[in-house]
Design a protein around this ligand. Structure first.
Ligand code: CO8
Length: 264
């Protein structure tokens, strides 16, 4: 395992095909300022080109905060132009995160509010600590989310639940997040990262092409009509059937042995 500090508030651990990006700003509960967002964005953009090497990304935070949102202190004295620029940057970053070829696991260790929940919503799988609190409190600032909260949350948990959370600004507990379908599992705080790693290792061992397509077909399918999604699904399965890994998977089953996938 190697560890590198990408920025004073961002630590990257590399475990072979799995990387762990930790937001390390405990005193401000992980709030994202312009500089952290910029470095986070450049890491995500660079990771897009490393699909052959990195298969799974885990994103987590430090202490009792995952990300308590955008850094509100940075909003206090900026003009409209700067604010709009920050919005554009966060849109690019969050879109790039959601579109990563790697599988992304968000391990929510504590508060995931505003931009913090929106960041988690760009990930494929969300695990939460039993101590986590998640919400979109922007309405309490007289604002609304700008990192996808009004769009990605209702797609995940339904319009009515999302509206209630958006309109009251209240926080969900970890159990509520699981009940609503906003998180996969709640874990004891000490078990969160071991569980995220276990899941990441399971994913990293899957056939690479099938794994990447599983993500793409679901995400692209949700953006389209059912009939187009069903056509996409069959086209992708046909293409996977023709791959070396597809042949290896079937042969290994017939020969009662473990498959050796090569990503070809
Ligand atoms: N920005 C800046 N500082 C913060 C933030 C934040 N979002 N959240 C917490 N902090 C700081 C506090 O100011 C405090 O600092 P200090 O010790 O210097 O006073 C420290 O973190 C600890 O916080 P508290 O003392 O408030 O701790 P509590 O346990 O009493 O409360 C809460 C924890 C409930 C999380 C509380 O801090 C809170 O309500 N924070 C604000 C949450 C919020 O409104 N988030 C939404 C921000 S807006 C947003 O995210 C818009 C997204 C836009 C697009 C996406 C781009 C990233």
């Amino acid at each position: 395992m190697t560890e590198e500090r990408l920025h004073p508030n961002l630590v990257l651990e590399c475990h072979g095909a799995i990387e762990v990006l930790r937001i390390d700003r405990e005193k401000a509960l992980g709030a994202l300022n312009f500089e952290i967002m910029e470095r986070f964005g450049s890491y995500v953009e660079e990771l897009t080109g490393r699909a052959g090497e990195v298969r799974v990304l885990i994103i987590t935070g430090t202490g009792r905060g995952f990300v308590a949102g955008a850094d509100i202190t940075g909003y206090a004295n900026v003009g409209q132009k700067t604010f709009d620029g920050f919005q554009r940057r966060s849109r690019r970053t969050f879109d790039a995160l959601a579109a990563l070829p790697q599988i992304t696991i968000c391990a929510v260790n504590g508060y995931a509010l505003g931009g913090g929940l929106e960041l988690a919503l760009c990930c494929d799988l969300i695990l939460v600590s039993e101590k986590a609190k998640l919400g979109l409190p922007e309405i309490k600032l007289g604002l609304l989310p700008g990192g996808g909260g009004t769009q990605r949350l209702p797609r995940l948990i339904g319009a009515m639940r999302a509206k209630e959370l958006l309109m009251t600004g209240r926080m969900m507990t970890a159990d509520e997040a699981v009940d609503y379908g906003a998180a996969l599992e709640a874990c004891a705080p000490d078990a969160l990262m071991p569980r995220a790693m276990e899941l990441a290792e399971t994913l990293a061992a899957q056939a690479p092409l099938a794994l990447a397509e599983a993500k793409r077909v679901v995400d692209d399918g949700l953006d389209t009509a059912l009939s187009a999604g069903l056509t996409l699904e069959q086209r992708v399965l046909g293409a996977l059937f023709a791959t070396e890994d597809g042949k290896e998977g079937i042969a290994a089953f017939m020969e009662k042995r473990d498959p050796k996938f090569k990503g070809e």
